[in-house]
Design a protein around this ligand. Structure first.
Ligand SMILES: [Zn+2]
Length: 228
């Protein structure tokens, strides 16, 4: 393999990394961690709402008076409008996580991607009565199309600093251990409220956060953006 071949491979690996690493901030400047020194952590939940597990997650948060951010999928929000309303009523933030969360979303042309985000925005704004300007890209994939779309729609992109990998394992002990190891001031923790084991993960995580002296905050405490 010649010099050019090696160069192409290096470039391909870099572009792949750039697309799949929201924290790298190569295409999109995403808010991934708070610049704070205090022991605070923000909880974020993707891919809901789910009719069975999201209420349990909301119950746990409500019991302890904690606020989180839910990045909802549009068609799931349409199926469970009462849960979106409950989120807002109980002081949580609701963000856009695309309409369908299909695997090809990152590869849609700007026009279709914009349409999907606009439809989701409309739906969420109707349910929440709030401006919807937080977006988390499905699969955390960012690329030039995602960058153009969020600029066009004036979305603030929220990433994460701690990936729980909760989708890959049902072992709640291991998931919480993994989060504990990565804890840092200004953490943004990624969880998924569509998972049957999410309430159990949250319950254990809240104990760990308390043990480690962490306070739970809403992501907008870190970042300066307009939230109603
Ligand atoms: Zn997702």
């Amino acid at each position: 393999m010649g010099f050019i071949g090696a160069g192409i491979i290096v470039l391909a690996v870099f572009l792949f990394y750039a697309s799949y690493s929201i924290r790298a901030g190569i295409y999109v400047r995403a808010c991934c961690r708070g610049k704070v020194r205090r022991k605070v952590a923000a909880l974020t939940f993707d891919d809901g709402p789910d009719g069975t597990y999201t209420p349990k997650v909301l119950d746990l948060l409500e019991k302890q008076g904690l606020k989180a951010c839910f990045f909802c999928i549009g068609d799931r929000a349409a199926a469970h409008p009462e849960l979106v309303e409950r989120m807002v009523r109980e002081g949580h933030l609701v963000g856009n996580h695309s309409m369908h969360h299909r695997w090809w979303f990152p590869w849609l042309p700007v026009r279709y991607m914009s349409r999907e985000l606009r439809q989701t925005r409309e739906l969420l704004e109707k349910r929440t009565g709030q401006k919807n300007d937080l977006f988390r890209p499905p699969f955390g994939v960012t690329n030039p199309t995602v960058a153009r779309t969020v600029r066009r729609l004036h979305y603030q992109v929220i990433g994460w600093s701690i990936r729980s990998l909760d989708t890959g394992s049902r072992n709640t002990e291991r998931i919480v251990r993994r989060i504990r190891r990565q804890l840092h001031p200004g953490a943004v923790i990624l969880l998924h409220d569509r998972l049957p084991w999410c309430p159990e993960v949250l319950e254990k995580l809240l104990i760990v956060l308390k043990e480690e002296g962490y306070e739970v905050v809403r992501v907008d405490e870190y970042f300066k953006f307009a939230v109603d």
